[in-house]
Design a protein around this ligand. Structure first.
Ligand code: HMH
Length: 202
């Protein structure tokens, strides 16, 4: 058997895919203020849907992770419940309807999360780490963010979020995935498609 790959090696094993997901033009536009308001609002509504999908996925995954990973996943679940409330507040402030249907990239990402229910635990944990690590790095690229977007950028680059991602790293490395590269590239492609969806909507 081949030695397991630590998850933090995955970005450098797939540099082009990683760059596409974490240096996307959407983030650059949030940083420099050229993001069309409609594109940002589309992102916000679709991401609220994604967070609701992720919360359900993570609840199902929590039920089957080994003992040491339980605390980090449970803590993350509570954070996702708060996160949904935060999205609801932001949507209300901006007059957005969170009942807007899922766009194709959101629906495809939900379908990927559904398939991960049938994957081994190591693969699902590597996917979860990739989901969150991509977000942390992507929003870090948008720092400090243009006027009006600071709260969003800060939200996703808080030290507490980085700590959570570090916890997920330990959880994922505790249960090696049979094909970490495959699940990593699939998740990263879904993240790239998600940014592109928001940007192309405007
Ligand atoms: C698309 N990926 C996407 N949205 C998010 N909120 C996260 C990751 C982080 O939870």
């Amino acid at each position: 058997t081949v030695a397991a790959v630590p998850v933090t090696d995955l970005p450098s094993r797939h540099p082009d895919a990683w760059r596409a997901a974490t240096r996307h033009a959407f983030l650059g536009a949030v940083r420099d203020g050229t993001i069309p308001v409609a594109a940002f609002d589309t992102w916000l509504v679709q991401d609220a849907r994604f967070v609701a999908d992720l919360l359900r996925f993570q609840a199902r995954l929590l039920a089957r992770v080994p003992r040491p990973a339980q605390a980090v996943l449970a803590g993350g679940l509570v954070a996702l419940v708060d996160e949904l409330a935060w999205f609801e507040e932001q949507a209300a402030l901006r007059g957005l309807d969170l009942g807007t249907p899922a766009l194709p990239a959101t629906a495809a990402y939900a379908e990927l999360l559904g398939r991960l229910d049938d994957a081994d635990v190591g693969t699902a944990l590597t996917a979860l780490w990739t989901i969150e690590r991509t977000y942390l790095d992507a929003w870090s690229h948008a720092r400090p963010g243009a006027e009006g977007y600071h709260a969003f950028v800060e939200h996703w680059t808080q030290p507490g979020f980085a700590d959570y991602v570090a916890g997920l790293e330990a959880a994922a490395d505790g249960v090696p995935a049979p094909d970490a590269d495959a699940v990593f590239t699939e998740v990263v492609a879904a993240e790239t498609a998600f940014w592109a969806m928001a940007q192309d909507s405007a």
